[in-house]
Design a protein. Structure first.
Lengths: 183, 183
DNA sequence: TCGCGCATGTAATGTGTTACATGATTGT
DNA sequence: ACAATCATGTAACACATTACATGCGCGA
C-alpha cells in the first residue's frame, strides 16, 4: 500500500468511480497515468480493499465502477493517523530560472508568460469547480461548509488550489516586470 | 539527459560544487537523494558535460568539485529554449484532506498543525537565505537585482519560496479555524 | 561513546512514463 | 475524414527511494 493506493481509496470514500474517473480526479493532487492506475486498482480489488461493478453504457464503452469495502474503510482510517510525508514539488521552470541570467531575454520572457497563462487558466478552472461544489452541496449561503460534510475536503482543496495559483500568477507577473522587453 | 541532469548543470552555471553540495542545493527545486545524484554526475562527467577536481580537506573527507565544460554550457543554452514541463506536486496531505470528513477531529487538527509548522519554518529558512543573498550580492540598496546578475535567479526563487510558504501558512490557519478543538 | 555532518559510492526494489493495443461515439 | 473523449489493459523502460557500505572529526 503506497500513497497512490490510499489516494484512490480516499476518492472512493466520497463516492464510487470508474478507473477512468479516478485517474482524472486524482491528477491535481497526485499526478498518475492510467497505466499506473488500472493495475493498482486490480491489485486493490484482489486484496479486498475495493470491489467493482460492471456497468454497461449506451454510446460509451462499458466500465468498472469501484467502491470501498469495509477493509478499505478501515485502511483509510489507519492511514489518517500515520505521519504525513512532506510535499514534493518538481518544477523544471524553477531549475531554468536558476540559470536565467545566462539565457536570452526573450526565451526567459516566453517561459514566464507561458507559466503565467497556465496559472491563470488553472485558477479559472478551480474557480468554476468551486461554483460547481457550491451547487452540489447544501451548505449555508455564508459559503462555509461544515467539517462533517462529505464535500468539506474538496472545498478546502479547491480553495487551496485557487490561492496557490493566485500566488504563482502574482510571482510570474512580478518577474516579467523585472524583465522588460529588449527590442 | 533528463531534467535532473539539466538541473545539476544549472546549479553548476553559478559556481562549482561538490556532489554533496549539489544534492543539498537542488532539494528545494527537484528532490533527489545522493544515490541518484552521484551516478548521474559520473555519467555527465563521462559524457563531457562537466569535469571535476579532487579537493583534499583537513578534518573532512576529500571531495570532487564539479564545474561546467563548454559542452555543458552549450547544453544549458539549448535546454532553455525547449518547452518547459508543467510543475508536478505530490502531497499526501492533500489526499488525506479529501476524506477529512471521515477522520477524527484531533487527527485532522494535528496534521494541519504539523503542516503549518513546516511552512512557517520553511518561510524563515528562505527569509534568512534572502538576507544571505543580499549580503553576497552587490545590487542597489533598493533591493532589486539586475537580470544579468548571476544571483538574479536565486533571488527570484527565494522570493517564490517565501510567497508560497506564506500562502500555505495562511491556508493551514484558515482550515484550523474551521476545525475548532472538540474537547 | 553515540550520533551527526561531511563525503562518496553500489544494489535492490519500488514508482512512474511512454509506447503498444483496441474500439465505439461525438463534434469539427 | 480527423481528432477528441470515454474506457480498459499490458510491456518496456526510465526515474527515484531504500538499504547496504565505508570512514573521519566534532560536539554532547
Amino acid at each position: 500500500m503506497n500513497t497512490l493506493s490510499y489516494g484512490l481509496l480516499s476518492l472512493l470514500a466520497q463516492s464510487s468511480f470508474s478507473g477512468y474517473d479516478l485517474m482524472l480526479r486524482i491528477q491535481p493532487f497526485w499526478p498518475a497515468k492510467h497505466s499506473q492506475i488500472y493495475p493498482l486498482l486490480a491489485k486493490l480489488e484482489q486484496d479486498d480493499y475495493i470491489r467493482f461493478e460492471l456497468v454497461s453504457q449506451r454510446d460509451k464503452p462499458d466500465k468498472k465502477v469501484y467502491s470501498l469495502t469495509g477493509k478499505g474503510q478501515e485502511a483509510l482510517k489507519d492511514w489518517f493517523d500515520q505521519p504525513t510525508a512532506e510535499p514534493a514539488l518538481r518544477d523544471e521552470m524553477m531549475l531554468k530560472v536558476f540559470c536565467m541570467s545566462y539565457a536570452k531575454r526573450e526565451s526567459a520572457r516566453k517561459m514566464l508568460a507561458d507559466r503565467l497563462t497556465f496559472h491563470e487558466e488553472q485558477r479559472l478552472k478551480y474557480e468554476s469547480k468551486l461554483v460547481e461544489l457550491k451547487g452540489r452541496a447544501d451548505w449555508p449561503e455564508a459559503g462555509l461548509p461544515e467539517p462533517s460534510h462529505p464535500l468539506f475536503g474538496a472545498y478546502l482543496l479547491t480553495r487551496k488550489a485557487i490561492m496557490s495559483n493566485e500566488t504563482n500568477t502574482e510571482w510570474c507577473r512580478w518577474v516579467l516586470s523585472l524583465l522588460p522587453e529588449s527590442d
